[in-house]
Design a protein around this ligand. Sequence first.
Ligand SMILES: Nc1nc2c(ncn2[C@@H]2O[C@H](COP(=O)(O)OP(=O)(O)OP(=O)(O)O)[C@@H](O)[C@H]2O)c(=O)[nH]1
Ligand SMILES: [Mg+2]
Length: 456
Amino acid sequence: MHDDTIAAIATPPGEGGIGVVRLSGPQAYTIAQAVFRPLHPGPLRPHRLRYGYVVDASGAPIDEALCTYMRAPRSFTREDVVEISCHGGALPVQMTLARVLAAGARLARPGEFTLRAFLNGRIDLTQAEATLDVIRAQTTAGLALAQAQLGGWLAQEVRDLRAQLLEPLAYLTALIDFPEDEVPHQEYLPALQTSLEGVERLLAGAAQGIVYRQGARAALVGRPNVGKSSLLNALLRVQRAIVTPIPGTTRDTLEETANLDGIPVVLIDTAGIRESHDPVEQLGVERSRQALAGADLALLVLDATVPPGPADRVIAELTYDKPTILIWNKQDVVHNPDLVAPSPFEHPHLLGVVATTATTGAGIDTLSHSISRALLGGAPLGAGAAHLVSSPRHRDALQRAADHLRAVLASCAQGVTVDLVAGDLTVALNALGEITGEAVGEDLLDTIFTRFCIGK
Ligand SMILES: Nc1nc2c(ncn2[C@@H]2O[C@H](COP(=O)(O)OP(=O)(O)OP(=O)(O)O)[C@@H](O)[C@H]2O)c(=O)[nH]1
Ligand SMILES: [Mg+2]
């Protein structure tokens, strides 16, 4: 437990109906008594809301407020926690915070409340990270993943996997000390094999989980006037980008996030790529290339009313190292709109060909499903499939655990010396421990918790 008391504004900056100042630590109660005067005098009772005033040092009211005292360990941090809800203007909230700091609290660092909840054992590291994911979720699918992780399923699975490995490790360690008691390795192979399968099962869903949580970037590229900006608007269902019949309308890249089947996809509209003597357009074309380079997926747009030419080929070649969806746009002008022409290019990473009419919205749903499938590498998340690993940190740790477990199994099969096997097994156990926080260093905690905002 910590001996200092931290405080921060827990609500976002700006104006709101209420603003909350939160305190956690051993002096939380005493500080609340000093800064909050209930309408009806008397001590604050745990888990009861009190009405009253935040008062200045002389006892004069600063603002009307409600105060909640949550006595340890029944609180978010397992410490004494006080929340003071005052009016949600910048001044009342800041003056309340200033009073609390003057009365002995220290300003909390980003994520410090959640860090304390973790350090005091109320939640594990996956749940601490999920707290942030719940706050930042951009789609209901992302929120479902975060809520499930907050519920602790991942922590439980990882703990079970670790538990399966502890006995083989204890046995191997004993063997190092008492080689004469050697029991054949074979006895532990099933347990090791089962753990490896468990780790692999978690890894199998990670790519999809990460896409749902983090989203992805998709760049619309093509010659001028093929309908890139019109497609952006159609996918967003908002007239976001300027559309005109003049080739070269879009000069700068423009990004907007769309929710495509539960994935937050940053769609990037780009300037049509062509040779140009106009210096502004040249800069725009350069930005188009950069946008493509930074994208996870290329949306290569062709005008279906004209045969693809060398200019289209040059742009297509720019997408050859990216997963790409080819879009035949302006189907309404084409003679046979139901026929989806194949790709005119031998694209090495072509994931789909879609026909659209950006101006009417025809084909846009198909396009949006093609994008989500391409990003997920297959079918979208089914109902109830919220148990997916969704953080690159967890995936990397699982990957290391899997690699070392495979090494352990290979060594057992080859009869390698016991200490080497025990070494690999220890690395695997620690990698799993990093996920839940059972085996973590200060640096890792710093990188995780500084991503939080102050007050969380
Ligand atoms: N008939 C028809 N016209 C379209 C379609 N999509 C776009 N257009 C028209 O094509 C013209 C160019 O559309 P934009 O969306 O500005 O094309 P762009 O690719 O963004 O062009 P630049 O910004 O110049 O590179 C506009 O007049 C659009 O209304 C379509 O599916 N059918
Ligand atoms: Mg445009």
